[in-house]
Design a protein. Sequence first.
Length: 113
Amino acid sequence: MDSSELAVYAIIEDGGKQYRVSQGDIIDIEIRVVPDGKDTIELDKVLLIKDDKHTVVGAPIVAGAKVLARIDGSVKGKKLRMLKYRRRKNSSTRHGHRQKYLRVAITDIRANA
């Protein structure tokens, strides 16, 4: 890894999950309603920002920091199959689930907005 890959990164929280992102990363976040014609999203729950010289840790979030991302569309996650089996009852139930996600590309990390 060269120094340009580790230049600036942030840890954000979205949908109860934490992601380590840097500029140019593509991640799948929780699906949400986005108005028509809007192609960017602003993630403002930034827990940490680190660059070459400084590290800013929030308590619990960094004040004024935000991550800007371009929306690339919605995608479906991996298919999950559940089986509920009741022994000696000649009974079983199968269920499937496929979660929908919003795919975004990180365009900018701003420390103070």
